[in-house]
Structure formats: C-alpha cells, structure tokens
Unconditional design. Structure first.
Length: 717
C-alpha cells in the first residue's frame, strides 16, 4: 500500500494514500508539512496549538452510527458546531495535529477547510425578454406562487420593492432566518469542547418543522446592513413600478425567503452557507421554494466531487431545487489580461446553473450586448483533493445582464440616509441613480457583477416554473441554454450557450407536459416517453426580444464536457433530466433522498450519493452530439458559441443511433477535454469583491478607495 510521511501530534507517522486523499487541498499540505500559510481564515492558534475549522462529509449512516462518529470527533479533542442532516456533513473545530486521525474515522468521506464565502460582488424586463414572453404566449408571468430563497446578507423586507398587494397585504419576504452562528462563534474566541447542535435533526419532528416554517416573519430593524442581498432579491423579484424610474425585477410576483449567511461586510463561512442550504432543503416542499440563489463564492482548490459547497448545491438539486450561482468576477487578472479557469465554488458544480455577466451598454436592444471583462471564464479548475488532474468542465452555462443594474437600496426602519446600507454609505456613487426619488423605503442603487446576473436567471427560473411547475432542475437549465441567444463575440468558456432569453424559455416550457417531475418520482416516466403537452409541438427555435429577431443557440451542456442539440432533447424524455442523476465525464453519481415520513415525501431527512453501476441509459437515440464538430478544431473550448450554434442549426453533429449509455459504471465517450497549456490562469479563485461597473472594481473588504470624482466606466476596460 502506498504511504506518505506526514506530520501529526506525535511526529511523523504513516498514513495510507486513500486516507490522505480525503483531505481537501490546503489541509493536505498542512498535514504533510505541519506549516500553514499566514492568514488562513479557517485556522487559528489556541492554547494547545493550531486549530482548524473544517467541514466533514460522512457516509449516510444510522443515527446510532452518526452519534458514535460525533463521539469519536470529540475524543480527538474536536468540537462539533453544527450538523447538516440532509447533506450528511458537519462543521467541526479540531486540532491540526488530529487531522489524520479525523480522516481515518469510520464513515468519513472527506475533510475540507471551512473556507470564507463572500458576495460576488424596467430596462431589465425588456432586454431579458420577460415582457416579450407575455406578448408571445398571451399570458403574463410574474413568478406568482413560486418561492425563491436568497442566501446572502439579508433582505430589507420593508422596502417597497417587496410590498404585497392590497392595503393589508404582508411583505413578499415570507420568512427570514439568520444562520451566521458559525461566524459569531468563531470570532468570540472559539467553541467550547462539546456537542452543540442548533438543528435538532437527530429527533426531527415534522409538526414542529411545519410550525416553524409557517411562523410569521421576524421583522428585523435592520435586516440587511450590507445591502447586497436586498439588491440581489430585487433583481430577482422586486416590484419597482412605483416611481417613474421603473426598476422592476424579473419575477415581481414571486415569494422571497431571506436566508442570511453573510455579515454586514458581505463575508461568511462555508459552514454558514451549508446551514442555509440545509434550511432551504428541509422546507422547500412545505413552502414551495423552487429556486435557490447563491450570489456568493468561496476560494477552492477542490474538485466539485469533494468541495463542500458543491456537494451541498448538488444535494439541493437532487432534492428538486433549481440552484443558480454566480460565476465570479475574475475574468481579468491583476495585470488586466483575460484569465481563464477562474470560476469559483460552488459555480464549478455541473448540476447548478452558473451565470456570467453581460454589459447592456445602457440600451434595450441586444445587438450591442457583450460579456463583461470581469465575468469569470471557464473551464473549472478544481482538483480532486487539491492535486492531480483538474475537472476541466465547461462553465459558465449562460450569461445574463450584470453591469450597472438598478435595484432596491436597503436601509433600516428609520428610512433616514444615516440608516442606508454599508455599500451605499461607503460608496455614495452607487446611490447616485438618475431619476430615482430616493424616498424612505423606496431608494435605489446600482450594482454590477455576476452576483447581480445570477438573480436575473433565478427570476427567469421562477417564471418558467410558474408556466410549467412540472419542470425538473436539469430541464430548467437545459431549456435556458437551448433558448439562449449566442452573442456575436464570445466562446464557450466566456458566454456558455449565450445570453438569457426569457421569452423563448417560457415558450418552450409551456410546450412540455406539466407532470414531468411528479411522474419521475412515481416511476411512471421512462426514457424516450413523450414530453410534449397534449396537442402541443415544439416551438420554432427563434425569438423576438426588444424588436430584434434571433435564433436560439440550441446548445445544451451534458456530462460536464459534452454538447448536445436536437429536438429529441425535449420531445422525448432524457434520463439526464432526472435531478438525482449527476453525470460528469465518465461517471454518474446517483443521489438518494430519504424523506420523513417516507410516505409523505415532504421533508428530506438525508440526501446521499453513490457511483451508479451496471448499465444506465443517459441520452436516447436521435439526440445530436456536437462534440466532434467542436473537436475538429484544436481550440475547441475556445470556439465561438455563435459558430457552434450555426453548426447546430445546419444539422451538423452525430445523430446518436443508440443514445449515450453508461456500461459497467463508465460512460465511454470522453467529450471535450481542455489541454493544460490552453488555460491561462491556474488554480485558486480569489474572492469576488464588489464590481461597481465594468472596469471599476472595489477592494474585497468593502473599505477600498472610493472612486472620488471618477465616473464609472461603461465600456470595456
């Protein structure tokens, strides 16, 4: 058995390679050398040496076995802060010298740093196609009845953007929860040794959970002191038609759920975000939360297979949530050159919808739109355990407006300017919005970044789910890609399938049957069954948005590095539309959701995953594979999306006679592979920061140099 000599409490000791591989990235280096880079935010010095904050993922086990594991963690001198039952994970503080003992405990799958996460730092309705959807379909969609959970710095529920309809209507922020417990404890001097589970998951009580889920909103005096979360929520679902400068978001009728995981500076911990995702998963079916927006990112050197945020996001998709994530704001390096391989976590997870940002140039028309310079480029660069071959998967999935978008300005209940959020007070230029009245609880501000593009797509998903509640998360993602508009400039790693097209996405969603998700759960929907609604046919693959007619991209990512096209994708059921299947390259992860009680299928108690074995059909015959068209060029991932879309429109590609089938646990087609020499920036993705407008980036802490008299830039840097 291969062994490595690693550092531990009693000096060097031998640990098998499999155990060492369970340590994520930076922890492996710590275990191997006993040294840590100065300033690692997930480590601190204690009275008895170095302590590290980690996320432990473990195998799905009985409650007795989990309790035994918790006891073993404590016996190592560790402290368990919180357990995330649906994610089969826990947040732990443990002596660095005990890391090797931790990974060798029975049932432990991986141990990763509890990394920091931060914010990624109506014209919108018209340019996105939301208003055109009503014209083309004859129905006005506003997201009514669909819940969007926003994991961020909070939502100022009292802002007029979130007001309900009618004299006595309640705010559309239906629930609010603050899950920053880990951040508070870790700045108060650390944990006391012992078990501290804030979530009583070991004795889950459905009645108690239901009562908690439906209790009235806790009306905080200052629900969002940072301002980021409120702006994000307003872009997704704000109603800004109360003044002449209409700043209405995409789904102004949707319900909002405020899950606070970031502090007043827009910073949090991985454990807080895990707690937030766990909270949403458990309540999603009770409250009809269908969409989860994550406009945040963490540094990660890990593969999506082991990264805690990616695993949690993947579990949320498996539970039926559409998860929308910001790609990141690192499309250019420190010298201003374009940087590939800069998508953050959990945006590197194939199951989520990863969104890049587009500059609208201040116009309704889409002809002049272009991918912003700051928008992070693919491919994904996470490595298994921080070493070895990178994932190299295609990202982002698509792009959406994300430069200088106007939305709600969070303030406290006083309504005074002294109660404005930190971002607006620190950078007054953000609130210098021409035409805005800036009255109490009606003030507006502008923000930029992929974190602002993500809620545009989250709102679009809500409209699609209102139009067709039977859509599964993978099907929502595929429709958004298939109907996207390929921009004239931009390759697969810059714009993905193209620019969001809500008009086309809603129209295609309406053409499909509305029982797809329930039929999948009931086991009555099989590969190749018709997905078309009775009497419906697939719409023509083109749209008219803001007076401009354009063809759809007809491109869909599958398996992380395959390109699919063709009407068969939506005319017939494809097994990859099952949210519990996670196909990446040559392997398929199968998720199992354990509900409590099992008969009601209302509250997920645990979500586990394992590699699928045997034979499994992934894609049916008659679907077209575009891999060979792209691979005919040496720079295939850098091929212009518009050029690939044209090839799709001309019927190029391989029509799959058998479909794509996994045999003996392996999918034989490898797909698009990015060579090492083609990626210009390696490894670690830096924190998101706050982008004011394209070309003007503020420092990470929120205390950067104010722009002074310099006008925000509208063009490319």
């Amino acid at each position: 058995m291969a062994c490595s000599l690693v550092w531990g409490a009693a000096g060097a000791q031998a640990v098998d390679a499999a155990g060492l591989a369970k340590l994520g990235g930076e922890l492996r280096g710590l275990a191997a050398t006993g040294r840590l880079d100065v300033g690692a935010p997930w480590a601190r010095r204690g009275d008895n040496g170095l302590l590290v904050k980690v996320i432990v993922a473990y195998e799905p086990r009985s409650e007795t076995a989990v309790a035994a594991l918790l006891g073993q963690v404590l016996s190592l001198g560790g402290a368990v802060h919180e357990r995330y039952p649906t994610l089969n994970a826990m947040a732990v503080l443990v002596p660095a010298a005990k890391l090797l003992g931790l990974v060798q405990l029975p049932g432990v799958l991986s141990v990763s740093p509890n990394r920091p996460v931060v914010r990624s730092a109506s014209l919108l309705e018209r340019t996105s196609g939301a208003s055109d959807a009503a014209v083309q379909t004859g129905t006005v969609f506003n997201g009514s009845g669909v819940g969007i959970a926003v994991l961020d710095s909070g939502i100022a529920w009292q802002h007029r953007h979130f007001a309900g309809k009618g004299l006595l209507a309640l705010p559309r922020v239906r629930q609010a929860v603050d899950l920053r417990a880990a951040s508070r404890l870790l700045t108060d001097g650390g944990f006391a040794v012992g078990l501290n589970l804030s979530n009583p998951a070991l004795q889950l009580d459905l009645v108690k959970l239901l009562t908690t889920a439906l209790q009235p909103l806790q009306r905080a005096v200052n629900a969002d002191p940072n301002g980021h979360g409120t702006h994000v929520a307003s872009v997704a679902a704000g109603d800004g038609g109360y003044q002449s400068l209409d700043s209405t978001g995409i789904a102004p009728g949707a319900d909002l759920y405020d899950v606070r995981v970031l502090d007043e500076n827009g910073v949090g911990n991985t454990s807080d975000v895990l707690a937030g995702i766990d909270w949403v998963i458990q309540r999603a079916r009770l409250l009809n939360i269908r969409v989860l927006n994550l406009s945040l990112a963490a540094d990660s050197t890990e593969s999506h297979l082991t990264d805690p945020l990616a695993r949690a996001a993947r579990a949320a998709v498996g539970a039926g949530l559409v998860v929308v994530v910001a790609a990141g704001n690192h499309g250019r390096d420190e010298s201003g050159r374009e940087a590939y391989g800069t998508v953050g976590s959990p945006g590197h997870e194939p199951a989520v919808i990863t969104v890049g940002a587009v500059n609208l140039r201040g116009t309704v028309g889409r002809a002049d739109d272009g991918v912003t310079g700051f928008s992070s480029r693919g491919p994904t660069r996470g490595r298994q355990g921080g070493v070895g071959e990178p994932d190299n998967l295609l990202k982002p999935d698509l792009v959406a407006p994300g430069n200088a978008l106007i939305g709600a300005l969070a303030q406290d209940l006083s309504g005074a300017r002294s109660g404005w959020n930190l971002l607006a007070r620190t950078y007054p230029v953000l609130a210098a919005v021409p035409g805005a009245a800036q009255a109490p609880q009606q003030a507006l501000m502008e923000l930029s970044g992929t974190s602002i593009a993500a809620p545009v797509v989250a709102g679009a998903a809500a409209l699609m789910l209102q139009a067709n509640p039977g859509l599964t998360p993978p099907l929502v993602k595929a429709i958004l890609q298939y109907t996207a508009q390929p921009l004239a400039q931009g390759n697969l790693l810059q714009q993905g399938a193209g620019l969001l097209n809500i008009e086309g996405a809603v129209r295609l969603a309406q053409a499909l049957r509305t029982d797809i998700g329930p039929a999948l759960e009931a086991g009555t929907l099989k590969a190749g069954d018709s997905l078309l609604a009775r009497g419906r046919s697939l719409p023509a693959p083109q749209s008219v948005v803001a007076g401009q007619r354009f063809g759809w991209s007809r491109l869909v990512y599958a398996g992380g590095n395959h390109l699919l096209t063709g009407e068969a994708l939506f005319a017939r059921h494809q097994p990859i539309w099952d949210p519990t299947l996670g196909w990446t390259r040559r392997g398929v992860l199968q998720a199992t959701v354990d509900y409590w009680p099992a008969s009601a299928r209302r509250v997920p108690r645990s979500i586990s995953e394992a590699w699928a074995r045997g034979t499994l059909r992934l894609v049916t015959p008659q679907v077209q594979l575009l891999d060979d068209v792209a691979l005919a060029r040496w720079d295939s991932p850098f091929l212009q999306t518009a050029e690939l879309a044209a090839s799709s429109g001309m019927g190029e590609g391989v029509v799959l006679g058998e479909g794509l089938v996994m045999r003996e646990g392996l999918v034989m087609r490898e797909g698009l592979v990015m060579r090492e020499g083609l990626v210009m920036r390696e490894g670690l993705v830096m924190r998101e920061g706050l982008v004011m407008r394209e070309g003007l980036v503020m420092r990470e802490s929120g205390q950067g140099e104010p722009p002074g008299d310099r006008a925000p830039l509208l063009g490319e840097p």
